[in-house]
Unconditional design. Structure first.
Length: 87
């Protein structure tokens, strides 16, 4: 069973971040968050399985995941800065 890593990037924090974005900015009701988490986990599991079958897919997918990490990190930094500033 493959672990939820793409290259050296763990997928769990990305899944948590995407669910949080869906709740805060896309209006996802909290009671559906576990189902979105399940769907994203399954999706990432399939993607990681596909990368194991076709290793040439790892480089472009790693790039996409890195961009996603940068997006989630900058969104979290912005939200934290805004809450610290009291706005």
């Amino acid at each position: 069973m493959p672990e939820l890593f793409l290259g050296s990037i763990p997928m769990v924090p990305i899944i948590v971040g995407l669910v949080e974005v869906a709740k805060r900015y896309l209006g996802l009701p909290s009671q559906y968050a576990p189902w979105v988490n399940l769907a994203l986990s399954a999706l990432f599991y399939v993607v990681i399985g596909a990368v194991q079958l076709r290793p040439e897919m790892q480089e472009p997918l790693t790039l996409v995941v890195n961009v996603l990490v940068l997006f989630l990190g900058s969104a979290g930094l912005y939200t934290t800065g805004r809450s610290v500033a009291g706005k």
